[in-house]
Write a protein that binds this ligand. Structure first.
Ligand SMILES: Nc1ncnc2c1ncn2[C@@H]1O[C@H](COP(=O)(O)OP(=O)(O)OP(=O)(O)O)[C@@H](O)[C@H]1O
Length: 342
């Protein structure tokens, strides 16, 4: 259920259908995102998970329309239910996007310095965003910025507001970036590996803080990560990506308890857990790595992209790309013709 207890039939804040993002390179057309469908409702957290190169970041950059040359959105729609009505982000103009960035759509990244200005004091950066989007005067915006820094757990926020980002620790900078992303109470927050670079204690604090703020604001969150433990901690729903496509989606609890795609199953088995083959007979720690490697997007195998690495694959798997079909329920989907035996 969503954290705000919103009825599940509430219209999605973001609804993506058939998103395709391609990069035209010297070596050919790289289909980094190849027909992605997903939707997120108010108060809900959807995690996109997958190995490096599966297309997670390209999906989030496409939503924000930050795909640069030689990339382009080659197809699909991304309907955002914003304050000014529904807007298709796939075809929105730059002026329309500018009104959304940092206002109705907030973003946080793994590396805070990608969104913080190194030569501007932390408090001023937040105050400026508030002045720009919320029609507040300088003094009121400054006050709101300090309140936001306090809210994200920065000690002595009046003093820290005058610091430059480089004077802060990694965890503090991450908090400033969250304060910046949330100061305008966005409808949608896109968080791309926001805690990957932090140590586990700080990571836990930041995730808890994000959850509290989400409950307060009721925003929808798209969380990008390769870390299944983080998914279990923060997300209501999960979409597993492989080679530019979603291969499994559904409620986190259902998908993690009964994965129906062999790739999801293999990912879950690669996480060390007590009692799940973590320690071998000689008492050594053992990790199950998934056999084989992620396919080259320029030379995808015929049919199911995972078939060459899959212990369940049969001849029919190589005949055509399976659809993302319903499995045990309509909401739990897998792109696998053999889901019943997985
Ligand atoms: N500018 C580009 N030119 C060509 N190919 C690109 C470009 N940017 C991304 N790609 C390709 O798109 C694919 C998906 O990349 P993406 O960054 O979305 O993966 P990811 O799942 O986010 O991985 P990571 O966790 O490593 O960030 C990769 O194969 C990558 O090589």
């Amino acid at each position: 259920m969503s954290v705000t207890g919103e009825p599940s039939e509430a219209p999605p804040v973001l609804s993506i259908e058939g998103l395709r993002t391609h990069f035209e390179t010297d070596r050919g057309n790289v289909r980094s995102v190849d027909g992605v469908d997903l939707s997120i409702r108010r108060g809900e957290t959807l995690a996109i998970v997958g190995e490096s190169g599966s297309g997670k970041s390209v999906t989030s950059l496409s939503i924000m329309r930050l795909i640069g040359q030689p990339g382009r959105i080659a197809g699909g729609s991304m309907i955002f239910a914003g304050d000014g009505g529904a807007l298709d982000l796939a075809t929105a103009t730059e002026t329309q996007m500018r009104r959304l960035w940092g206002n109705q759509i907030g973003m946080i990244f793994q590396e805070p310095m990608t969104s913080l200005n190194p030569v501007q004091r932390a408090g001023d950066q937040i105050a400026e965003a508030i002045m720009l989007h919320q029609n507040k005067g300088r003094a009121a915006a400054r006050e709101a910025a300090v309140a936001m820094l306090r809210r994200v757990g920065i000690p002595a926020p009046e003093r820290r507001a005058r610091d430059y980002p480089h004077q802060m620790s990694g965890g503090m900078r991450q908090r400033v970036m969250i304060a910046m992303a949330l100061c305008c109470r966005p409808k949608l927050l896109i968080a791309d590996e926001p805690t990957t670079a932090l140590d586990v204690t700080i990571q836990a604090q930041i995730l808890k803080l994000m959850k509290e703020l989400q409950e307060e604001i009721g925003m929808a969150v798209l969380f990008i990560t390769h870390d299944l433990a983080v998914v279990a901690e923060v997300a209501d729903k999960v979409a597993v990506m492989y080679a530019g496509r979603i291969v499994e989606s559904g409620d986190v609890d259902t998908v993690f308890a009964h994965p129906r795609h062999p790739y999801t199953k293999a990912l879950l088995e690669s996480v060390p857990r007590p009692g799940h083959g973590m320690i071998d007979e000689k008492g050594r720690r053992r990790l199950h790595a998934i056999q084989g490697t992620v396919p080259n997007l320029l030379r995808l195998p015929p049919g199911c992209s995972f078939a060459p690495r899959c212990g369940y694959a049969i001849e029919a798997c190589r005949a055509g790309v399976p659809s993302l079909m319903p499995t045990d329920s309509e909401a739990h989907r897998a792109r696998c013709i053999r889901w019943e035996v997985v």
